[in-house]
Design a protein around this ligand. Structure first.
Ligand code: TYD
Ligand code: MG
Length: 508
């Protein structure tokens, strides 16, 4: 009988070594190696070597060896997702046989999102995409499977039924503060016989169910509760999570079932601790937001089947997650702009194919007792903030030396685009000087270390979004990758070469 081989994996980077070491040889993290079983040795590795050192293989012609352009013609079939925000983030629907990890903090709404996904798929009554083996569950129609190890099936079911009632009975929920569209405007159907639910945490049990039901999509809620009885470690440990995820992803590929694994994010922000899980799946989606606020953002951080810069916006309401088709309006808190005083500026930022208007805020306070000043960023990159403060100080003469500085993106949104530099600089300069940012102004621009305003892409789209939301002027880099127009209808265009110039134009 072959014995399972043991190896050591780094919790940080997933590096594999044969023996334990105090420090990971790859990422140099201390005390990060943990023991885990690895796949049994494959018989193929014992294949004989020819005299030249090459592995002896069959010389039969291979059907899949052909010019690249011919492979390109074979488009992957996709299952359309009726929730358009979700559809887009996936890169245009669900790829049969693929695997998706959905990560997020506890309570963010992962279970709700997955339940609504299956509910809308069941409602849409989607036939098996052409060109697939199709289900062998005795029906021409696919089945959708939800496996729960976290909550009792009755709890999940009750939630589904409540969502159906909300769907049928009432108009948009009263709790909603922004324009929303119900997730899956086409509706949910939890009455469908083809939407199945079971409680199972044993890996073999889950694999058995997948094989028997051959669902089109299976949700495993969550990967941390699944346990392979062949391993001694506890559910949720690195070796369990890794082995179970590999087995489930593999089964999905063979059965043409798309596997959605729900994974809890640890305090450090990693899914299930190790990065290992992220290597195993095709797509990694992160469900983010402030649990205190209603806005939720779904982002792809890895996608073998599409781009990773699309984001989907949702709002958590009493009727579950609802799509937010106009996130700029949702993110902007326009009513209180006058009450806020200095320290607030609006940026036009690109997220995937969309432009969003996001409010950036700065606050400064004298360092208590003459200690060293602190810099805190929320929803923004802390290094970027530190760099921007240094440039503001040296190139535009705004002093922060004895001040604590706080900066944030309003609405719980995480800003990543460098074009946020300019509006953030305006907010920070505004709060330090007491001068207000000009009324009705939006800004976009990257700030270089030399204090120069660097070009940003998609200027026209930014102008259009600012105008749509009623802004009167937009501050842009003087130079553009594509020419920055000198004027546009209904909105004044200001163009700055340097940070000093930009502050003179943007502050009143
Ligand atoms: P849940 O999907 O259970 O989160 P996760 O699986 O990520 O842990 O949702 C958690 C929260 O969402 C919970 O606190 C209640 C809230 N919620 C609503 O506000 N409205 C709803 O319709 C549902 C189903 C949940
Ligand atoms: Mg859950």
């Amino acid at each position: 009988m072959s014995k399972t081989k043991i190896a050591f994996f780094c919790k940080q980077c997933g590096h594999e070594t044969a023996r334990w070491e105090g420090k990971c040889p790859a990422c140099h993290e201390w005390d990060a190696l943990v023991e885990a079983p690895v796949e049994k040795e494959k018989p193929s590795s014992k294949r004989g070597k020819s005299a030249g050192g090459f592995t002896r293989v069959s010389l039969a012609p291979r059907a899949d060896l052909k010019p690249l352009k011919e492979h390109a013609r074979e488009r992957l079939p996709r299952i359309p997702v009726p929730i358009s925000e979700f559809h887009r983030v996936l890169g245009g629907g669900i790829v049969p046989g693929g695997s998706v990890l959905v990560g997020g903090e506890p309570g963010i709404g992962k279970s709700t999102l997955m339940l609504q996904l299956l509910g809308t798929l069941a409602h849409a009554d989607i036939p098996t995409p052409a060109g697939l083996n199709g289900p062998t569950n005795g029906s021409a129609k696919p089945c959708w499977l939800y496996i729960t190890g976290e909550e009792a099936p009755s709890q999940i079911a009750a939630r589904g039924i409540r969502l159906t009632d909300m769907e049928r009975g009432r108009p948009a929920p009263a709790t909603s503060s922004v324009p929303v569209k119900r997730a899956g405007a086409s509706g949910v159907n939890f009455d469908s016989d083809r939407l199945k639910l079971a409680s199972e945490t044993d890996l073999a049990g889950i694999l058995g169910m997948l094989e028997a039901e051959r669902p089109q999509v299976a949700v495993i809620d969550s990967i941390q509760t699944v346990r392979d009885g062949a391993l001694e470690s506890a559910a949720g440990s690195i070796s369990q999570v890794r082995e179970c995820a590999m087995a489930l992803v593999d089964a999905g590929r063979q059965l043409n079932t798309t596997i959605f694994l729900i994974g809890h994010v640890t305090k450090e922000g990693a899914i299930a601790g190790p990065r290992v899980l992220e290597h195993i799946v095709d797509t990694v989606l992160n469900f983010e937001g402030e649990t205190r606020l209603d806005l939720r953002v779904l982002r792809a951080s890895k996608n073998r089947f599409g781009s990773t810069d699309e984001v989907g916006f949702f709002e958590m309401t009493q009727a579950g997650l609802t799509e937010v088709p106009d996130p700029s309006a949702a993110l902007l808190d326009r009513d209180s702009a006058a009450d806020k005083g200095a320290g607030s500026a609006v940026g036009a930022l690109c997220e995937g194919t969309r432009v969003l208007l996001v409010e950036l805020q700065g606050l400064t306070v004298p360092v208590p007792g003459g200690g060293s000043p602190r810099r805190r960023a929320s929803g923004l990159d802390a290094n970027r903030l530190a760099q921007l403060l240094a440039v503001l100080e040296t190139k535009a003469g705004v002093p922060y030396g004895t001040l604590d500085v706080f900066a944030s993106a309003a609405g719980g949104f995480r800003v990543e685009e460098p074009a946020a530099d300019l509006p953030l600089a305006l907010a920070l300069a505004s709060v330090a000087t007491g001068r207000m940012v000009r009324e009705g102004l939006v800004a976009s621009g990257e700030v270089g270390l030399g204090g120069e305003i660097r070009p940003v892409p998609r200027v026209e789209a930014r102008i259009a979004e600012a105008r749509r939301l009623g802004f009167k002027q937009i501050l842009l880099p003087a130079r553009g990758r594509t020419a920055v127009p000198a004027q546009a209808e209904g909105i004044k265009i200001l163009r700055a070469k340097t940070l000093r110039e930009a502050l003179a134009m943007g502050l009143s």
